[in-house]
Design a protein around this ligand. Sequence first.
Ligand SMILES: Cc1cc2nc3c(=O)[nH]c(=O)nc-3n(C[C@H](O)[C@H](O)[C@H](O)COP(=O)(O)OP(=O)(O)OC[C@H]3O[C@@H](n4cnc5c(N)ncnc54)[C@H](O)[C@@H]3O)c2cc1C
Length: 389
Amino acid sequence: MNFEFTEEQKLFADSVRRFGLTHLEKDALKRAHDPRFPFDVAKLMSQQGLMGITISEADGGQGGTLTDAVIAIEQIAAVCPRSADVVQFGSFGPIRTFAEYGTAQQKKRWLPELLSGHMVMSLGMTEPEAGSAATDLTTTAKPDGAHHIINGTKVFPTFSPDAAVFLIYVRFGPGVGGIGSAIVERNTPGFAIGPPQQFMSGEEWCELHFDNCRIPAENVLLGPGGFKKQMSGFNVERIGNAARALAFGRYAFDRAREHAQVREQFGRPLCEFQGLQWKFADMAIKLESAQLLLYRAAANADRGFPSAYETAIAKAACNQVGFDVASESVQVMGATGYSRAALVEYCMRRCRGWMIAGGSVEILKNRIAEHVFDRRFDQRGRSHADAAE
Ligand SMILES: Cc1cc2nc3c(=O)[nH]c(=O)nc-3n(C[C@H](O)[C@H](O)[C@H](O)COP(=O)(O)OP(=O)(O)OC[C@H]3O[C@@H](n4cnc5c(N)ncnc54)[C@H](O)[C@@H]3O)c2cc1C
């Protein structure tokens, strides 16, 4: 067992940090408060080889590992937290599932623009009545000659105000086995995108409405039976989500550490008060332990998709730690930390969302408990109404 990065990984981390310092640090605050996708950053990252880190060279990516992509998130988030979303998009998001399962024709059509930073993709899985119970989704795709007709509604899709293409989870038939996915382009007739709405983080999302939306059959990504494959791809997304939560927590921690050394009260720097020293010690313990879980999940997955269990443990830990540390950092910095002029409060708000998105902490704990007891726990118990009968 080795807890050190390889020389190559250290050089990569250094080069990403230098890129971030040169191109991204200056406008970090402005970018954090801009809800739209930063295409300028995506284009720069593409030129720097930071898009498609986990995507094969044959598909136009960098052919790197999941650990490389985690390193990129850490280094970028350390200088410009918001720009880490671009690494997420280019290496962990729906693009990774798309590159894994797309046909040669589909990849040729969309990957070049996605990887060059000119286009962004959004994932439509959640529905008004299907959140944590994702397999309850009711958006249908019915074959009609050389087309499929899509009907249904999706909510909360990240990057939807700016996306040109959408990876939509659809139902071809009943049950989990009937679930698959399709690619829908923004201006397809029958596809209406609602006005942007805002999360606590400031990020915007739009409702997606499909009303007899006709797509060519070749836009189907995974047909019936594709749900399991989609969830394997989704574990990659979860690693990126975990990496950002931890990196945002660390960003807040670093700012609080700097602050505690220069801010004086009662004639002494804050860091000399034991009440605050122990907060920093607790934060350090949390950050270091969650980081090991994240690296384990990423490193063990390098030849493919990460394990569901290791991913669940890593994401649950990183989401909780990222939020706890960012929140404690706000506390340590007082009103300065709570101010929108510092990025610490932004990190706290973003981390809060990741405890819900991409598999909530509770749903991940359900998965972990199944591993602990080595059995499946069906969440669909009898309702109170049924039980009363
Ligand atoms: C920042 C952000 C970005 C998002 N991006 C996307 C996106 O790009 N694409 C997309 O499709 N969706 C996206 N979502 C939606 C996200 O996937 C859902 O919010 C998530 O699946 C939870 O569903 P829900 O909000 O409907 O909550 P619900 O499913 O209604 O759950 C409510 C609460 O109950 C808990 N709960 C539910 N079932 C159980 C159970 N069996 N055991 C214990 N606790 C349970 C949940 O953990 C949660 O705390 C995003 C959400 C956020 C916050």
